[in-house]
Design a protein around this ligand. Structure first.
Ligand SMILES: [Zn+2]
Length: 146
């Protein structure tokens, strides 16, 4: 079933929306002689979004479609590293030559990976229980067994 809204493309390449039965003039060059109806729509809303897409450069247009297709699974693909993994990495990377590690260093590291201080304190707590860390001061530890 044909809709009452049409999308017409001018010979200049620009797409313009209109209503069936009414003469459509190109919004870019003003011509109404070479308008070819490309598609029809039921609602003005559908027409409006189609015009937007129709006038995008080709490459952008396909990216746009890709994004719409992927839209639902998009958020699940977001990178999300577990704090415990970051903690393991931190210990191997920032422990100094004396096997010492400080809260300040850990905080910077955790912040870099987007974790909270709460995550860090939790990981430190677990590491102390597991015997990986032994506290040498209020904010410093020695890495024992790793
Ligand atoms: Zn035109």
């Amino acid at each position: 079933m044909a809709g009452k809204y049409i999308l017409a493309r001018c010979s200049c390449g620009f797409a313009t929306g209109g209503i069936i039965g009414k003469r459509v003039s190109c919004r870019r060059c003003g011509s109404n002689k070479n308008m070819v109806t490309e598609s029809t729509y039921e609602t003005g809303r559908e027409l409006a979004s189609s015009i937007k897409i129709a006038n995008m450069p080709q490459q952008l247009r396909s990216e746009f479609y890709e994004r719409i297709k992927k839209n639902k699974s998009y958020s699940s693909h977001k990178e999300n590293i577990e704090p415990s993994k970051t903690f393991t990495k931190a210990i191997t990377e920032i422990t100094d030559i004396n096997s010492e590690i400080s809260m300040g260093d850990l905080e910077i590291y955790f912040d870099k990976y987007g974790h909270t201080k709460q995550d860090l304190l939790h990981c430190v707590g677990v590491a102390e229980i597991e015997g990986i860390l032994t506290r040498t001061g209020p904010e410093s530890w020695i890495v024992l067994d790793f």
